[in-house]
Ligand binder design. Sequence first.
Ligand code: CMP
Length: 139
Amino acid sequence: MSELTFSIVKPDAVEAGQAGAVLQMILDAGLKIRAMKMIRLTREQAEGFYAVHRERPFFKDLVNYMISGPVVVSVLEGDNAIARYRELMGATDPAKAAEGTIRKRFGKSIEANACHGSDGPDTAKTEVAYFFSRLEMVG
Ligand code: CMP
């Protein structure tokens, strides 16, 4: 069944000029891009997005990192898109990510790990709506 998921190409990858390569890996994996934009998150937006991690020790550093430069946010669509994109991203820690994954190829650390993807259907819905209006969804 076709579903939507939400993706961020994170500041480290955008800064390194790797956004295009990450998006190409997404397309090569057979996922469609339904919406996309480059933005610079405000502190408030980043804190809101990662609110579930508010109590984690890495929260402040994570927010500072996520606002350190532009990100490319997108909505991906495909059969089983949430699980497929998570597999394509690889483990959160690039050191543990499998060969051929985005994080293995472009991740620099557990924080600067190149990309984010929704972890389930409810999160996907919330995250897509956090960044995109219905008018911005194409196709
Ligand atoms: P992401 O999938 O966007 O979800 C939360 C983010 O927190 C994660 O990717 C990493 O960028 C960051 N992070 C930093 N330290 C940790 C950690 N120890 N465990 C999990 N996520 C971490």
